[in-house]
Design a protein around this ligand. Sequence first.
Ligand SMILES: NC(=O)c1ccc[n+]([C@@H]2O[C@H](COP(=O)([O-])OP(=O)(O)OC[C@H]3O[C@@H](n4cnc5c(N)ncnc54)[C@H](OP(=O)(O)O)[C@@H]3O)[C@@H](O)[C@H]2O)c1
Length: 319
Amino acid sequence: MKAAVYTQYGLPGVLQLKEVAKPAPKDNEILLRIKATAVNSGDVRLRKADPFAVRFFFGLLKPKINILGSVFSGEVESVGRNVKRFKIGDEVFGHTDMRFGAYAEYICLPEDGSLALKPVNLSHHEAAAIPFGGVTALHFIKKAVIKPNQKVLVVGASGAVGSAAVQLTKSYGAMVTGVCSTANMDLVKSIGADKVIDYTKEDFTQNGEIYDLIFDAVRTISVSRSLKSLAKNGIMILSAAGMPEMLQGLWISMTSNRKVMTGVISHKAADIIFLKELIERGEFKPVVDRTYPLEEIAEAHAYVDKGHKKGNIILTFIN
Ligand SMILES: NC(=O)c1ccc[n+]([C@@H]2O[C@H](COP(=O)([O-])OP(=O)(O)OC[C@H]3O[C@@H](n4cnc5c(N)ncnc54)[C@H](OP(=O)(O)O)[C@@H]3O)[C@@H](O)[C@H]2O)c1
């Protein structure tokens, strides 16, 4: 089968299209023919080994996992003998968790992994735009327990995680303000934000508004300055936090009545099923910026490297 393989960390050119062995499903696995995947910020971090700590988990000198790609939408081609949840021909979407391997024509996944039947109202390439941002935002938003009419601010509202955070907090009935650049204001309004702040013209920490939840999806806010915009007992989600913000967040949570949430997300099939149901009710939609064929993976990564993508970058397969 065809796959985008990388054997060294570096620039997008390290991703090379190669013929590799097609996998065979174990007893508890499905073999999925992938129709679409996405180039996410997580893939880019692993390709570049950025931050350096990536190397401690994924290979010190060279990557141990050679096929990136953590989300997919495709069709079940065969199933292991113990598989009950899926059958041949099912259209399935989801997240590979920490396995990666979705930059390939086929992947084997355990039937109890983070996957579900594809929403009936989405194409494969739209479905592949859901799991990365959707699962990340949902992980934190479920923990925050949002109530109707609470005031929520989402910073980075035009990105994969931010656009999902806007839609999910709206679905819980919150009043949502999205922070983005001028070019992305219409997009952020179109996915349901009640208000939009253009960060190139306005600093939300200076406008006197107080929010029950501040969700920073892109690690661009100053945590200490943003605290004055957070209600007493408010929650701050820093989904892209590095070690300094994690420690700062821990300190704030321990010494004040505000709570800061950081950390690496976990993956569950229940979250993919939750997103599927939300999509089918029309309360969540994919945000797709550009679509590339797998053959142009280096170009797709180079675009994501620039840091300005809107929502998701999709890779499609001709199979
Ligand atoms: N905790 C976890 O387990 C976890 C899981 C997944 C992802 N993450 C992290 O989450 C981060 C975001 O991921 P993502 O895929 O959503 O990113 P992304 O899609 O690449 O987000 C980029 C978006 O942010 C906007 N942006 C840039 N600067 C901004 C600013 N100052 N204020 C507001 N918006 C700004 C960009 O548009 P403009 O440049 O036009 O503004 C662009 O639309 C990554 O660092 C990733 O590693 C963490």
